[in-house]
Write a protein that binds this ligand. Structure first.
Ligand code: SAM
Length: 228
């Protein structure tokens, strides 16, 4: 999985636009809005990729750190950081290489944790959630944007079929390898889906868990508050 993200990193921004019909940036702005950030809030964006959510959160005056396990993703995020600096933008997120399964942050040190397409790709969802709970302050918020796994078999089959065909086409055109984006339908197939994730969050230390359907329910934004 790690090698895969290093392979796709340089095409990642293009891919997210293509697969979301150009909607991905708007969904991430919605995530940042729903976080109800305040000036100086300490925010950690997990699996930050090239940094879109981190930049969206920083616009609210939050102190943001983006973390990703793939060095190439962090290099691309830092290039955006340098560009923002030359344009005099402020505040600007910082970026660091790290594993969201073992966060390099102290207990109860974050007001808000965000992640876009992060929870679907971890080795064990339960362990990733426990690590988020550890680092969030009591009352802190988690916001996660991700694909949903449609409940109805017919819709699910059509959706996964669409992701497979479009992914294979993009994989061939961009990387000469139709299997490059196969991980997307495979991870959606394994994922417990919007309501499964909500139940897991509730069971592992969150209250006020909201499931916000996006893009006709094919995508989901989870908003949850760490139990005090
Ligand atoms: C689909 S991309 C999402 C990027 C970004 N959050 C966005 O919304 O555009 C998934 C990211 O998760 C990262 N990732 C996968 N496993 C990880 C882990 N254990 N810890 C941190 N990042 C991880 C990958 O390197 C990749 O950048």
């Amino acid at each position: 999985m790690r090698k895969l993200f290093a392979t796709i990193a340089d095409r990642y921004d293009f891919i997210t636009v293509a697969l979301s019909f150009g909607r991905d940036r708007a969904w991430k702005r919605r995530l940042a809005r729903e976080a109800q950030l305040h000036h100086g809030d300490r925010v950690i964006d997990l699996a930050c990729g090239t940094g879109d959510i981190a930049f969206a959160a920083a616009l609210y005056g939050a102190e943001v750190v983006g973390l990703d396990v793939t060095l190439r993703m962090i290099e691309l995020a830092r290039a955006k950081e340098r560009l923002a600096r030359t344009r005099g933008l402020w505040p600007i997120p910082r970026f660091t290489v790290g594993d969201m399964m073992a966060l390099p942050f102290a207990d109860a040190s974050a007001d808000v944790i965000t992640t876009g397409y992060g929870l679907r790709n971890v080795p064990t969802l339960e362990d990733a959630v426990d690590e988020i709970v550890r680092v969030l302050k009591p009352g802190g918020r988690l916001l996660s944007l991700d694909f949903n796994r449609p409940r109805q078999a017919v819709v699910r089959t059509a959706y996964l079929g669409y992701l497979t065909v479009v992914g294979a086409t993009l994989g061939w055109v961009l990387h000469r390898d139709p299997d490059t984006y196969r991980y997307i339908p495979e991870s959606v197939r394994r994922y417990p889906g919007a309501h499964g994730v909500a139940e897991l969050l509730q069971a592992r230390g969150f209250d006020d868990v909201r499931v916000i359907p996006i893009f006709g329910g094919f995508m989901t934004l989870h908003v949850a508050r760490r139990r005090a």
